[in-house]
Design a protein around this ligand. Structure first.
Ligand SMILES: [Zn+2]
Length: 272
């Protein structure tokens, strides 16, 4: 079994805020990378416990989050997308897609460090389905015929996972304490607005992640039909609502593609 593991940072237990922990200039960035890499290693161990033969770790955090020196030697690390951004190095040779360190999408109640891409996004939707960073990857996998089986991250991510990929196993390692409904905030205000959470210990988070990943891959082998996707048909229309910030007023971007979700997601990059 060949597994693709997408990693982010903000959804890990112990990632206490954004600026100190996940930005290269942050005072705890190296500790943040260690936390993420060890959470990823727990997931990798769970997959190998259940018979994985290869795990490719795709470092999806903007500035990078995996420490190559700490990564489980059985895994490989992808950094630098080979194609036009999407599908982020995925191809049909993978048997399953999984996530670790993932946070919920912009606008989610009781999420921590909530955002989609950056803090300027209010909502990103495709054909009426609100997608976050999780959905952007999951729906690429759907198009390539690969099941989404596991997501580790904050508790608020679970609803988004179940809405887009019913049956995928989720493991919650922290829970945010603030409601949302903050569409009126500017980008900088929103960046500072969702920084309260209760975290599991790093050790307990890793234990749960390893167990959950092992269960997910075991179930893929015995009940593959239990991992499903939301029904979404072409043509694809993406609507991205953005907040006002210092550089520009609030706006809504709209993109279309006749037959490919992956093509749709690449459209903004092709226009530059
Ligand atoms: Zn992210």
């Amino acid at each position: 079994m060949n597994i693709y593991l997408m990693t982010d940072m903000e959804g890990c237990a112990g990632m206490l805020n954004h600026d100190d922990w996940v930005l290269p200039a942050g005072r705890y960035y190296d500790k943040g990378r260690q936390i993420l890499t060890e959470e990823a290693n727990a997931v990798i161990s769970g997959f190998f416990d259940s018979g994985a033969t290869r795990v490719l770790v795709a470092d999806g955090h903007g500035a990078g989050g995996i420490d190559p020196l700490l990564l489980d030697p059985r895994a490989e690390l992808l950094r630098g997308w080979p194609d036009c951004i999407y599908p982020l190095g995925l191809d049909p040779s993978f048997d399953a897609v999984a996530w670790v360190g993932q946070h919920a999408k912009a606008g989610t109640d009781y999420s921590h460090i909530t955002h989609t891409g950056w803090f300027n996004c209010i909502d990103d939707s495709v054909n009426g389905h609100s997608i976050g960073e999780y959905g952007a990857v999951a729906l690429c996998a759907r198009e390539l015929g690969i099941p989404s089986i596991f997501a580790g991250g904050e508790a608020a991510l679970a609803a988004e996972v179940e809405a887009l990929t019913p049956g995928a196993v989720t493991v919650a390692v922290k829970r945010g304490l603030k409601k949302d409904g903050l569409d009126h905030l500017t980008t900088d205000e929103y960046r500072a607005a969702k920084l309260s959470a209760i975290h599991l210990s790093h050790t307990e988070a890793c234990r749960l992640l390893q167990t959950g990943a092992a269960q997910a891959l075991q179930r893929l082998k015995t009940q593959p039909a239990s991992f499903r996707y939301v029904s979404i048909q072409p043509p694809y229309v993406r609507t991205t609502r953005l907040r006002a910030d210092a550089k520009q007023p609030a706006r809504t971007d709209r993109y279309e593609h006749p037959d490919s979700f992956i093509g749709l997601m690449n459209t903004p990059y092709l226009k530059r």
